[in-house]
Design a protein around this ligand. Structure first.
Ligand SMILES: [Fe+2]
Length: 220
């Protein structure tokens, strides 16, 4: 019951995505090319007080009728082990600033402009396909950082994994010190994500895919 609560409210749109992405993937085929996702700092803005709603739809808090402001994005991907196999039961958490650059954190910049309708944080527990899905906004810059979304992946018995993904082609990427710290171009490329128009969408929604490859193989 507990875990069902994580995605109860938007089950209809999520189930459609799950079928699509599972059908496109053949487990193991790309295992040799897999690049382990680089760890990056958790940063200072993991929520210091959780939102009232922590589901995987960051645009709507509980049953509010007013959605968050921003470029609507369906963010999905898979949590894989070092052999390219899906990890079931991984708790995926994301957090990011709202469209005005404010985090759900008491120490955020732009606090007075915070979008109270943006959830700012969400969780999703993977099933047997390793897929996760969120509905959120395309990230925007805030002072000192290029647009990014923070991730934490929690797998039983393993140290918490934190990283960040970025908008491929954003001009701010060249100047971002956290991104530039990843010196290997292949590793850097692995965390740049295409925010592409969703073909079926008539209202300009975006789709983004970010697979996370962890450097271990959990005991099953
Ligand atoms: Fe950040």
């Amino acid at each position: 019951m507990e875990s069902n609560n994580l995605f109860r409210t938007r089950r209809h749109f999520l189930s459609g995505l799950a079928i699509g992405s599972a059908a496109l993937f053949t487990p193991g085929v790309f295992a040799q090319k897999l690049i382990q996702t680089p760890r990056q700092t958790e940063g200072p803005f993991y929520p210091d007080k959780m939102p009232l709603d922590t589901d995987n739809d960051l645009l709507i808090i509980n049953d509010s009728i007013t959605p968050a402001v921003g470029a609507v994005t369906y963010l999905s991907g898979r949590i894989l082990n070092s052999r390219g196999e899906p990890i079931r039961g991984a708790l995926v958490e994301i957090w990011q600033c709202d469209n005005n650059g404010a985090y759900l954190h008491t120490g955020t910049v732009n606090k007075d402009k915070r979008d109270v309708n943006f959830q700012g944080f969400g969780r999703f527990m993977t099933g047997s396909t390793g897929d996760y899905m969120f509905r959120t906004i395309k990230p925007v810059p805030y002072p000192g950082r290029t647009p990014h979304i923070h991730f934490a992946v929690k797998v039983k018995g393993q140290e918490k994994f934190t990283t960040q993904c970025y908008v491929k082609g954003d001009p701010g990427n060249e100047k971002d010190s956290i991104l530039k710290n990843i010196r290997d171009p292949k590793l850097r490329e692995s965390i740049l994500v295409d925010f592409a128009p969703l073909k079926q969408s008539r209202i300009g929604e975006l789709s983004a895919r970010f697979d996370i490859v962890l450097g271990f193989t959990p005991e099953s």
